[in-house]
Design a protein around this ligand. Structure first.
Ligand SMILES: *[C@@H]1O[C@H](CO)[C@@H](O)[C@H](O)[C@H]1NC(C)=O
Ligand SMILES: *[C@@H]1O[C@H](CO)[C@@H](O)[C@H](O)[C@H]1NC(C)=O
Ligand SMILES: CC(=O)N[C@H]1CO[C@H](CO)[C@@H](O)[C@@H]1O
Length: 289
């Protein structure tokens, strides 16, 4: 008996160590950049919280820049009446012809659904919005929001389920993010001029401070430093994601989300583009049909 519980305890210890090692540590991985104390790293680096009050929001960014990666974060969004608030979680490069891959979570009145707003910018040009409702309450628990960015496509995931794919259609003349390293950014801020029901519902400051929580930041990526990609100098890490495609199961899951939870798609907004839809909306990929 004593021997068994001793072994059990040792196994538990080893497992606990492995989990900590895998989960990363916010002290090592990110810098809280603004918010004058409203962004906090807690629990020995295992938890990060951002808060917003009438005076300011807050934000952090990854220490590393990446050129391709699979990036996961667990986020628990602002609970209760979060109308007017936006929690942004995105990848972005520098300069005036930047690339950007966005998740933005638009808050709402208690009981009304959050909107997940997504966009992709290439060379400083965005306008590629798709919006979704979620199939769960994102304020009750942590859920995993991920980016897969590799040479073939950008995929947005929620709890491992693809919700959006932006393919590399360079061969058809559509710009693709591939030459600029990007950093991960996240922030919580007031956007009550547009966020909730198009700006009709304002932030209720009597509910402040508003708080969003983050944990388990995990990157499988090519770290970019001084013009060199870590993917070229080491072969030890798992690089399956670099060539990962959406298999038929995941294409079905993507279609399920788009059919049941997508509430806006720029590619379907013909009124907005009287001269014709953007090129990537109309290109058919032969290999896929
Ligand atoms: C908020 O709730 C309203 C009413 O259900 C809904 O129309 C809207 O899409 C929701 N989300 C946002 C961000 O406005
Ligand atoms: C590695 O280097 C080669 C040649 O220098 C380059 O063509 C390739 O794109 C690089 N791969 C990555 C993942 O950076
Ligand atoms: C550059 C580099 O990291 N090379 C390693 C690739 O993997 C083999 C086998 O695991 C190692 O022996 C090399 O050192």
């Amino acid at each position: 008996m004593a021997v068994f519980s001793c072994i059990n305890a040792m196994v538990a210890l080893v497992l606990a160590f492995l989990m900590v090692a895998v989960a990363g540590n916010f002290y090592q991985d990110v810098d809280v950049m603004w918010g004058d104390g409203r962004g906090k790293i807690l629990n020995n680096g295992q938890l990060l919280t951002l808060s917003l009050d009438k005076a300011s929001g807050s934000g952090f960014q990854s220490k590393n820049q990446y050129l391709y990666g699979k990036i996961d974060m667990q986020i628990k969004l602002v609970p209760g009446n979060s109308a007017g608030t936006v929690t942004a979680y995105y990848l972005r490069s520098e300069g005036s012809f930047w690339n950007e891959i966005d998740f933005e979570f638009l808050g709402n009145l208690s009981g009304d659904p959050y909107v997940v707003h997504t966009n992709v910018y290439t060379q400083g040009k965005g306008g590629r919005e798709q919006q979704f409702y979620l199939w769960f309450d994102p304020t009750a628990d942590f859920h995993t929001y991920s980016f897969l960015w590799n040479p073939a496509h950008v995929v947005f995931y929620v709890d491992g389920r693809p919700i959006r794919e932006f393919k590399n259609l360079e061969s058809a003349g559509v710009e693709y993010p591939k030459n600029q390293p990007m950093r991960l950014y996240s922030s919580l801020w007031n956007a009550d001029d547009w966020a909730t029901r198009g700006g009709l519902v304002k932030t209720d400051w009597s509910q402040a401070p508003f708080t969003a929580s983050f944990r388990n930041f995990r990157v499988n990526g090519c770290v970019w430093s001084n013009g060199v990609s870590s993917c070229n100098s080491s072969n030890s890490s798992d690089k399956a994601w670099l060539s990962q495609e959406l298999d038929s199961t995941n294409q079905k899951r993507l279609k399920w989300v788009q059919k049941n939870y997508m509430i806006y798609n720029y590619c379907a907004d013909v009124k907005r583009f009287p001269q014709g839809l953007p090129l990537e909306c109309t290109v058919r990929i032969r290999t896929n049909s």
